[in-house]
Design a protein around this ligand. Structure first.
Ligand SMILES: Cc1cc2nc3c(=O)[nH]c(=O)nc-3n(C[C@H](O)[C@H](O)[C@H](O)COP(=O)(O)O)c2cc1C
Length: 249
């Protein structure tokens, strides 16, 4: 264990922030850390939009299902998959890049790049003593988000990242057992073992909720997640992504 691994293993999402904006220096450190992440073939297929305008933040909070911490934080970032600049680059270099940038592969590259950059930003923020919460809720209404942030074709806002000075800290959420997540040399497919490990984890999660809610909630993890997956959500996504000229072939 060292300072970095301690920091990583001490993560928890923060959903209550002080009313105190991040300094320009903090914002730049966070963005430069994001940019330092590895990027597939040096393609740098993402953009980060910082939102400081109060009305825009309020609108984003509304899109995200009225999550108050989208509006109330130290700074709000939106991470986007971005192949727009690659379209321009093709024109600059007089090369037909369109079939490639409209492929599922390049769509995946841009999403992976954005996620890696975001996690670097999150860790950088936590290392500065700040708290973070990712906000996938903005995908409830990506048409609205695109219009609000004026994103062009080939740019998909993926999630927000609220950062700020924590005013309330949650307990850490226990993760799946390591042996359940980590396979060596081949994927373990013994379903009995799989179920046993999930049952073991269910006990840990039920106890976590029981303690945290004073006995009001005792959800299991499999119950909670299967319940969520039973409902189809944001089914407009494929059409939206394709309308934005990504993932077309
Ligand atoms: C891409 C992504 C989107 C998320 N969206 C939301 C969100 O909209 N609202 C929220 O409160 N938490 C959101 N979260 C946070 C998760 O709920 C949280 O990471 C998870 O429950 C584990 O808790 P922990 O981060 O405290 O360990 C999101 C996390 C990720 C990675």
């Amino acid at each position: 264990m060292n300072e970095v691994t301690n920091l990583l293993m001490n993560h928890r999402s923060i959903r209550h922030f002080e009313d105190k904006p991040l300094s320009r220096e903090q914002i730049e450190t966070i963005v430069l850390s994001a940019q330092a992440a590895s990027t597939s073939s040096f393609v740098q297929a993402y953009s980060i939009i910082g939102v400081t305008d109060k009305e825009k933040k309020a609108k984003l909070a509304e899109f995200a299902g009225n999550q108050s911490y989208v509006a109330e934080n130290g700074h709000f970032f939106v991470f986007c998959a971005d192949l727009h600049r690659h379209d321009i680059m093709g024109q600059m270099e007089n090369k037909d890049v369109i079939p490639a940038i409209e492929s599922t592969e390049k769509f995946m590259v841009s999403v992976i790049d954005a996620a890696l950059a975001a996690q670097n930003a999150a860790v950088a923020a936590e290392s500065l003593g700040l708290g973070i919460c990712y906000i996938g809720g903005i995908r409830n209404d990506l048409e609205g988000v695109s219009e609000l942030l004026k994103t062009p074709d080939r740019v998909i806002p993926l999630f927000g990242l609220a950062i700020g000075y924590p005013s309330k800290k949650n307990d850490q959420k226990p993760r799946l057992p390591l042996q359940h997540i980590y396979h060596e040399n081949e994927y373990k497919q013994d379903e009995a073992v799989y179920r046993e490990e999930l049952e073991m984890y269910n006990k840990i999660i039920s106890e976590y909720y029981d303690e945290r809610t004073g006995g009001k909630r005792k959800d299991t993890w499999t119950g909670q997640i299967a319940g969520m997956l039973e409902k189809q959500t944001r089914m407009y996504m494929k059409d939206y992504v394709q309308k934005k000229k990504m993932d077309l072939r």
